[in-house]
Design a protein around this ligand. Structure first.
Ligand SMILES: [Zn+2]
Length: 80
């Protein structure tokens, strides 16, 4: 959605973007107690599908290292 401007589920181009504005408490994610990041949210107004990305200016090595350190790598669990 972010790259194509189109919904991957219903192919609609009626995509709305929060432009970094906070929506309740959901526009931020805490990695752990001492660090977090804000997220960009893309919503398809046709089917309600939501796509989220870490805000680009928050995407740096330090934050990604925290995610890698404190979160579980998904593929490890998907294979079980
Ligand atoms: Zn859609």
């Amino acid at each position: 959605m972010k790259k194509t401007g189109q919904c991957p589920k219903c192919n609609s181009s009626e995509i709305y973007f929060n432009k970094g504005k906070q929506i309740g408490t959901r526009a931020g994610i805490n990695v752990n107690f001492w660090g977090g990041f804000y997220i960009d949210v893309f919503i398809c107004s046709e089917c309600g599908y939501i796509e989220e990305y870490m805000k680009e200016e928050h995407m740096n090595e330090g934050r990604m290292d925290k995610v890698k350190k404190h979160w579980h790598k998904y593929s490890k669990y998907a294979q079980q």
